[in-house]
Design a protein around this ligand. Structure first.
Ligand SMILES: [Zn+2]
Length: 163
């Protein structure tokens, strides 16, 4: 919708008077920013892979370099995207002192956060909250910059445990 004129008045009034709001967002929210949906990202090099099989602990154990390459590619797609006015509107709504607005998202990207919002839960995980695969400790590492998909990238070694 491009204008509030298309939103029924009752809905607008309800939203304006609401003091406790829960927002659930999914792939459409990120797609509006140009982030490909989980399946739409499977083009070129990655089109013969099933994303639901790449995003598993088993896939990581089978071939960490393949998983790391795939996640690095996804991270690069997310970093190339910017929050859109919907992300900004939610952040501004959340910032109103009289409103308790909580955002939960299925999206693994950080577009809500980059718009200035706090996210209660990334229910499918957070692409940028990395942990050691061996001991589970949050790891302060980042993906290598990639401009083209590559099939294999060696993941970093976590110094504390060698994992
Ligand atoms: Zn570890």
């Amino acid at each position: 919708m491009s204008s509030t004129e298309q939103i029924p008045t009752e809905v607008l009034e309800l939203a304006r008077s609401a003091r406790r709001v829960t927002v659930l967002t999914g792939a459409g929210m990120s797609a509006e920013s140009g982030v490909p949906t989980f399946r739409d990202a499977q083009t070129g090099l990655w089109e013969r892979f099933d994303p639901t099989e790449l995003a598993t602990p088993e896939a990581w154990e089978d071939d960490p370099a393949q998983c790391w390459a795939w996640y690095a590619w996804r991270a690069s797609l997310v970093r190339g995207a910017e929050p859109h006015p919907g992300h900004v509107a939610l952040a501004q709504w959340q910032a109103r002192p009289e409103v308790n607005l909580r955002i939960s998202t299925q999206n693994v990207d950080d577009l809500h956060e980059r718009a200035g919002a706090a996210v209660l839960a990334h229910v499918h995980g957070d692409l940028f909250a990395l942990r050691c695969a061996r001991c589970g400790t949050p790891a302060d590492v980042d993906y290598p910059p990639v401009t083209e998909p590559v099939a294999q990238l060696d993941p970093p070694v976590f110094e504390q445990c060698g994992g």
